[in-house]
Design a protein around this ligand. Structure first.
Ligand code: ADP
Ligand code: MG
Length: 347
């Protein structure tokens, strides 16, 4: 599906580890005052004033991504977004990342440069510094591990455990699109395998594919909440699907929840593609993953501050301890929410 834009192919063995690290990291610029020393010594040096937030994630080829439709530059960008999202989900600001990679001999210097071009764009757009990592080889495939470092004032940190009964449940953006983008790409991959000459027409799915291949972490929402003077009582990012994230908030905060089906924000392309694929759009929003939106609770007294904001939707409220998390359907039935995650949608 993807044409090789870079015909020159330098094997990694031609460089050696040190030269490779140098080539990949030399164009990165340090932007944050809290970075005292970045790449190049035995350890990086940071000087962070507030509470420090640290989060790490693995991305494994064949498990988390498929390079037959994921361009390496997008993969690099997404690997950073996934990690920054966790820092923003604490109501903090990200400032540094480390990136460790293990690549098999199938990967060329040019391929890794593409990956790092995506990482560099993410660092630029989100003002974070690449401060280190590790580089090694793998027997098979590509493995990426990113660690994100950030900070927040002690009183600003939003834990999963802070939701109170009657708090409003709020979500940023809209849900389900990234999962459907993956379904579209999987379908086109099958078509391509049967007939490589057929050019796919993806114009009806542009938003879905963008949400799958180029997600954006919601730094803007953390900034918006600060501006509106709203401190979320609890917060989590949506990586595994709305229902499993709601369950995390409920379990850790020891509250129940009423989630209203008719309030779940869906893009028009999600609605039309669900019809075409014969999927229930509520199920897709509840169990489809990788939206990287923020899900949080606020005190009722803050409702006026967020009311009508186009980036935020109130989708329910928390209930007292002992109540369960429920989906209140369009026909006003109450169904208990269960943790499914995106696996549940697999045939
Ligand atoms: P050491 O042998 O002490 O682990 P390395 O040779 O692995 O040192 O790393 C040298 C420098 O390059 C360190 O600052 C390290 O953090 C950085 N580095 C290594 N690999 C990467 C990578 N894939 N991305 C960014 N920085 C890296
Ligand atoms: Mg090392």
């Amino acid at each position: 599906m993807l044409k090789d834009k870079n015909p020159s192919r330098t094997p990694l063995s031609a460089l050696g580890e040190f030269k490779l690290i140098d080539v990949l990291t030399k164009n990165f610029i340090i932007k944050n005052k809290s970075t005292v020393k970045g790449v190049g010594d035995d350890a990086s040096v940071l000087k962070i004033k507030n509470e420090t937030l640290v989060s790490t994630d693995f991305l494994i080829e064949g498990i988390h991504f498929d390079l037959s439709y994921m361009p390496l530059k997008h993969l690099g960008y997404k690997a950073i977004m996934v990690n920054l999202s966790d820092i923003y989900a604490m109501n903090g600001m990200a400032s540094q990342i480390t990136v460790s990679i293990a690549a098999s001999n199938r990967f060329t210097l040019e391929a890794l440069e593409e990956l790092y071009a995506g990482i560099q764009l993410a660092c630029k757009n989100y003002k974070v510094d690449l401060i280190g990592g590790d580089t090694t080889s793998s027997v098979k495939g590509l493995i990426i591990s990113v660690t994100a470092i950030g900070q927040a004032k002690k009183e600003d940190i939003a834990y999963r455990s802070g939701a109170k009964p009657n708090d409003l449940l709020v979500v940023s953006g809209d849900l389900g699109a990234a999962y459907l983008g993956l379904q579209v790409l999987e379908r086109e991959k099958q078509v391509f395998q049967v007939n490589p000459n057929q050019q796919p027409d993806l114009s009806n799915y542009t938003y879905l594919i963008e949400r799958q291949l180029k997600p954006e972490a919601r730094k803007d929402i953390v900034e918006l909440l600060k501006k509106l003077e709203v401190k979320p009582t609890s917060m989590i990012d949506i990586s595994d699907g709305l229902s499993s994230e709601i369950l995390h908030l409920c379990t850790q905060s020891n509250v129940g929840c009423d989630l209203y089906e008719n309030k779940i924000p869906l893009d028009q392309q999600v609605i039309s593609t669900c019809e075409e694929f014969n999927l229930n759009s509520t199920t897709v929003a509840l169990s489809g993953g990788e939206d990287y939106e923020l899900l949080f609770t606020i005190s009722q007294k803050d409702y006026d501050k967020i009311k009508g904001n186009p980036h935020l939707t109130v989708i329910g409220h928390m209930t007292t301890k002992g109540e369960k998390p429920y989906l209140v359907t369009r026909s006003n039935q109450k169904i208990e929410l269960i943790a499914q995650g995106w696996n549940a949608l697999k045939p």
